[in-house]
Design a protein around this ligand. Structure first.
Ligand code: ADP
Ligand code: ADP
Length: 227
């Protein structure tokens, strides 16, 4: 079973715009996968549908073999998502933001506390845990979203432009962290990016999307030999 399987995915927005024109994608378990494309290509629309935030017009999406139309409630346990925009309360305590997510996934506090502590330490947020989220720098807020997305130990982590607007030093440390959870925890990772360099440095497989169509789907190694 692939971690993510997409068949004939189509999205026509309310204004008649065809954002996705029947895309097919398979991401194997344990993969580090990039969806690469320019702005407006359809990357966020694709991820939005996978996360059930955007309604699809046609097609099928399965997460670890679970059809999201049939049982998103079950599929979502396999899924951790890091959106592009900060979507937590700026006034809430850093630690509470992560613990609340654990609660949402049905984890007990007993289970959630050590997991949360481990994530906040690994992501360099431990010293900030008792302060409100608004006290964090932009890079820290991004790492907080990663901690929150991982708290329930999802098998599939999806990140939408994780290093957009991030300085080079933080970008490298985020790359290192993502490599580590892919390698050590076997977490399947899918990220969108418009930097070829990011896909090249991190990912094993890549799909290139443009104008709502997959124009290439190959291994990164293969792609580089063609350039
Ligand atoms: P739908 O219900 O068709 O999925 P939304 O409710 O997400 O569409 O958006 C409603 C309307 O907002 C769209 O029809 C469009 O006119 C406008 N809109 C929102 N975001 C965008 C965007 N990124 N580009 C162009 N138009 C947008
Ligand atoms: P990407 O993430 O690759 O930059 P998106 O999936 O955000 O691309 O957008 C794909 C296309 O769909 C863009 O042309 C965008 O303007 C359009 N779009 C996005 N959301 C809406 C919406 N709600 N209504 C109409 N058009 C939209």
């Amino acid at each position: 079973t692939p971690a993510l399987s997409i068949r004939g995915l189509t999205k026509v927005y309310g204004n008649g715009f065809h954002a996705l024109k029947g895309i097919d994608l398979d991401v194997p378990q344990g993969d580090f996968f990039a969806l690469l494309g320019p702005n407006g290509a359809g990357k966020s629309t694709t991820l939005g549908i996978v996360c059930s935030l955007v309604q699809k017009t046609a097609g099928e999406v399965s997460i670890y073999g679970i059809d999201i139309d049939r049982d998103f409630a079950k599929a979502k346990y396999h899924l951790g998502v890091v959106p592009q925009e900060f979507n937590f309360s700026q006034f809430e305590k850093v630690e509470d933001i992560v613990l609340a997510q654990a609660g949402y996934y049905g984890m007990s506090l007993r289970e959630a506390r050590p997991r949360c502590a481990q994530l906040l330490k690994d992501l360099g947020l431990w010293d900030k845990r008792n302060g409100p989220a608004r006290m964090l720098s932009g890079g820290m807020k991004r790492r907080l979203m990663i901690a929150r997305a991982l708290v329930h130990r999802p098998r599939l982590l999806i990140l939408d432009e994780p290093t957009a607007g991030v300085d080079i030093e933080l970008r490298r440390s985020m790359w290192e962290y993502m490599r580590r959870i892919n390698r050590e925890e076997g977490t399947t990772i899918i990220l969108t990016t418009h930097y070829l360099e990011e896909a090249e440095s991190l990912c094993r497989n890549i799909a290139i999307i443009n104008h709502g169509e997959i124009v290439k789907n190959t291994s990164v190694r293969e792609l580089l030999t063609e350039l």
